[in-house]
Design a protein around this ligand. Structure first.
Ligand SMILES: Cc1cc2nc3c(=O)[nH]c(=O)nc-3n(C[C@H](O)[C@H](O)[C@H](O)COP(=O)(O)O)c2cc1C
Length: 167
């Protein structure tokens, strides 16, 4: 098989994760947006990074509070994911409209989304403007998981989650 050059570099790595990043503004407003530019970036200490475009309403909320929650998304939330990833909190209270149940985190004020099987509470330790996105490096402070997903050693069995593959 011959190789040919690919000219479209947008999102070269695949698959991309389909995550919901939730946050709470300094005024107490709650929000979540769809995020695909994200990944693990350290295991000692545990860190994850999420890439947020500065025009997102969530960008200001995370910048001001230094906190966010990464929520893994199951396939059955596909429609709500599409909604949270296309409408801005500037225009609508998205979590209320989508009837997404949430509660305050244990270590952070940002909300955990209760319909998501895994919720990773993070505090921002650094950020890098990479271009279109600002990558927020989040120190993992606390992880919640549905009890049926956690084995006796405290590991999450990801094979039990029917994760959304949005595209
Ligand atoms: C599949 C998918 C992936 C997305 N990935 C990102 C992302 O990685 N970073 C980002 O800033 N926006 C991403 N978005 C767009 C935001 O989720 C969208 O603009 C959202 O409405 C912003 O909401 P907010 O203004 O309330 O923060 C994605 C949208 C979809 C549908």
């Amino acid at each position: 098989m011959e190789k040919i050059e690919v000219s479209n570099f947008k999102g070269s790595l695949n698959p991309m994760p389909d995550l919901l990043v939730s946050c709470r503004g300094v005024n107490g407003d709650v929000n979540a947006l769809a995020v695909a530019y994200a990944g693990n970036c350290s295991y000692a200490p545990p860190m994850v990074m999420v890439g947020i475009v500065p025009s997102r309403h969530s960008y200001n909320m995370i910048k001001e509070t230094g906190e966010f929650v990464v929520n893994l998304v199951p396939e059955n939330l596909r429609e709500k994911y599409a909604y949270l990833g296309s409408i801005s909190r500037r225009d609508e209270d998205k979590l209320a409209k989508a009837e997404m149940k949430h509660e305050k985190g244990v270590k952070v004020d940002a909300p955990i989304l209760l319909d998501c099987p895994v919720n990773i509470e993070c505090t921002v330790v650094d950020s890098i403007v990479t271009g279109s996105h600002e990558m927020f490096i989040g120190k993992v402070e606390y992880i919640h998981a549905d009890e049926n997903l956690v084995d006796e050693n405290g590991n999450i069995d990801y094979s039990k989650i029917n994760l959304l593959k949005f595209r």
